[in-house]
Ligand binder design. Structure first.
Ligand code: HEM
Length: 423
């Protein structure tokens, strides 16, 4: 068994050495290690690079159950943090920064109240009406590199698209959006931890959002921040701090995820030419069905969120036969669950027309991704437009030379060099 593991009676100890987690090879391709864990240690206690010990849940059935288990709290106050790790865990919110009291760090009833309020402002209709703008942004970004015949699809395309899209949606004036681009760039390059430049960027972003909320209050528009200010439920409103934290989580949760959906998605298509050609032919015939099932499959097969955000046991409980003590952190490994052969036929195969595809890429339960309609819109628009406008798009690097970001939660490429015939 793994060091530190406490197998419950009846659970067979794992044969052979536990594969190395969190190494460089693991960041490049974590799937073999996850297959091993699913099979031999499906609920596995391990030491994270930060020194914190946490349980990794890798089987689909356990993962789905854990995501919906109300005994697992999102509030970091429930973490039984060892003294040596105090303040160094990298768990967002443990330092109680003002922006950290947001949907992903709170439980019912606060979560229920805030989620209901934001759902009134951020509706599927808001997203549907936004489709022409997403198309326009997508085309403008492609125009920006079309003549070069080559691009880094992360830097030139996947990174700016969601940041401009969310800024537009929130109502951040265009002339201020490049500041957001810089702050977000700092956060994505250095991870979410509250350190150095990242802390400064978060602070600037917060200051800006609070001020923007003040300004909007004087002059409400039809943007999402005005919607958040307007939203009320049985006479309840968001406080100014809650509105700022909400705007921040929308930016934060909707940004790197979408970068990675586009990056990982295009990369998967380039490495599966048969599937890519099938999609291209279907788009050329004016169909959307394969695009829609295809983006879901890209999410299942190599999705942006490798591990769901932190959860903490509020009481002693059992997951998949393992005893978890109150205060222990539990990490649900979405990327492992979504390749579970007990749930998906041939899980390692990319099949864009996969029908039975209830993947966990957007989570499950009360914290299910609030931005899923927007993510789908952006993912589908980005991928369809790239394939239509750059029909001979190809990878301009040896896959072995590509680097992955390697954080705990997100999975995404640092760069994605491509070439194509400019026209
Ligand atoms: C929650 C995935 C895009 C806003 C989540 C969760 C996942 C996820 C897995 C649940 C995390 C957990 O339970 O620990 C994704 C993926 C995306 C994406 C794969 C893109 C491809 C977006 C976008 C937005 C957004 C575009 C908004 C603009 C949120 C919010 C939550 C959330 C606010 C927290 C919901 C809650 O706690 O009630 N997302 N997301 N996401 N997502 Fe997304």
């Amino acid at each position: 068994p793994a060091p530190g593991a406490t197998p419950a009676p009846g659970v067979t100890p794992a044969p052979g050495p536990v594969p190395e987690l969190f190494s460089w090879e693991f960041a490049t391709d974590p799937y073999p290690a996850y297959a091993w864990l699913r099979e031999h240690a499906p609920v596995h206690r391990t030491e994270l690079p930060s020194g914190v010990e946490a349980w990794l849940v890798t089987r689909y059935a356990d993962a789905r159950q854990a995501l919906a288990d109300q005994r697992l709290s999102k509030n970091p106050a429930h973490h039984d943090e060892p003294a040596h790790a105090k303040g160094k865990t990298g768990i967002p919110g443990e330092r109680k920064a003002e922006l950290m009291t947001h949907l992903l760090n709170i439980d019912p009833p606060d979560h229920t109240r805030l989620r209901r309020l934001v759902s009134k402002a951020f509706t599927p209709r808001t997203v549907a009406e936004f489709a022409p703008r997403v198309q326009e942004l997508t085309d403008q970004l492609i125009d920006g590199f079309l003549e070069r015949g080559e691009a880094d699809l992360i830097h030139d395309f996947a990174f700016p698209l969601p940041i401009y899209a969310i800024c537009d949606l929130l109502g951040v004036p265009r002339e201020d959006q490049d500041d957001f681009r810089d702050w977000a760039g700092m956060m994505i390059r250095h991870g979410g931890g509250p350190r150095g430049g990242v802390a400064r960027s978060v602070k600037k972003m917060r200051g800006y959002l609070v001020e923007l909320i003040h300004r909007k209050r004087e002059n409400l528009g039809d943007d999402l921040i005005s919607g958040l200010i307007r939203a009320s439920d049985h006479g309840e409103h968001l406080t100014e701090n809650e509105a700022a934290a909400m705007a921040f989580i929308l930016l934060f949760a909707g940004f790197e995820t979408t970068v990675n959906l586009i990056g990982n998605g295009v990369y998967s298509l380039l490495r599966n030419p048969g599937e890519r050609e099938r999609l291209q032919a279907s788009l050329a015939a004016g169909e959307r069905g394969l695009l829609e099932t295809g983006v879901e499959e890209l999410l299942r097969h190599d999705g942006p969120v490798e591990v769901a955000t932190w959860r903490f046991a509020t009481e002693d409980l059992v997951i998949g036969g393992e005893r978890i003590a109150a205060g222990d952190p539990v990490l649900v490994v979405l990327a492992a669950a979504d390749r579970d052969p007990d749930r998906f036929d041939e899980p390692d195969v990319l099949d864009l027309s996969r029908r039975d595809n209830q993947h966990l890429g957007y989570g499950h339960g009360i914290h299910y991704c609030l931005g899923a309609p927007l993510a789908r819109l952006e993912g589908q628009t980005a991928i369809a437009t790239l394939l239509r406008r750059l029909p001979d798009l190809r990878l301009a690097a040896d896959p072995a030379d590509l680097r992955w970001r390697g954080g705990l939660i997100m999975r995404g490429l640092r760069t994605l060099p491509v070439e194509f015939t400019s026209r």
